[in-house]
Write a protein that binds this ligand. Sequence first.
Ligand code: GDP
Length: 290
Amino acid sequence: MSIQWFPGHMTRARRQIEEKLKLIDVVFELLDARIPQSSRNPMVDEITGTKPRLVLLNKADLADPDATAEWSRYFRSKGLATHALDANAGTGVKEIAGKAKELLKEKIERQINKGMKPRPIRALIVGIPNVGKSTLINRLAGRNIALTGDRPGVTKGQQWIRFGGELELLDTPGILWPKFDDPVAGFRLAATGAIKEDVIHIDEVACFVLKVLVEQYGSALGERYGLEDLPQELPDMQAAVDVLEKIGRRRGCIVSGGHVDYEKAATLLLRDLRSGKLGRMTLEGPDLTE
Ligand code: GDP
């Protein structure tokens, strides 16, 4: 489902999260492990305030494991706990409760010292559309929950989902808006399928992706499409178009007159990338100069 984000929606989405924050102990900030920075809401620090937060790097099955390890180190260096998972297959999901407990260790110890029985940790999942919030909620619930409220401004009765006796999760996630004002983040979001291609043209997205793939994952790219002599880097748009053309020819994306159908080649490339057929790839690294 694509959401049109207007200032009114953003204000409402923010208010809804702030209401939910009152009910919970910990925020699970869901990011796409392939683009942890670009899939982050620009105001998430401000919106979640002082609530303890666990950064969940979802879709780790599609991301480069070395890059995921690097991102985890980066977030830890910023004082944020992280955990990588694949909500689709369920890998890494059962460890979430333990990670949350670790974050709230002092609070839980205080309760125990006062002779109280610690109650289950209450959590809220927040993240931009398509990052896997519903998938994770369904995983934790162990069943499919119809998320009719999956739209800012649409409210419904909220319920707690119990997970293993130690964790309770609000069944409606906090939906945050993606970055709008950073064109590179826009390309990365489009490349992973987080935003629709009617916003950015698919050929352009494919050329952007090719630049990253040639420079970071050249051998996997060459192998998949039988491309030899790939350059080490793509200095400009024309160089990317040339690679897209080669892929198109290899894969028979040809129109009458023998020309390459770039749109078809771009669609094929992006489909292969998103489904993991090209291998596990991460499209951005942390900015270590920050
Ligand atoms: P939401 O908009 O944040 O609720 O996102 P969804 O839960 O609807 O997920 C968006 C898409 O991502 C769906 O097609 C999911 O199957 C897929 N997805 C979610 N989590 C994962 C994951 O860990 N790995 C992979 N490969 N796909 C995932």
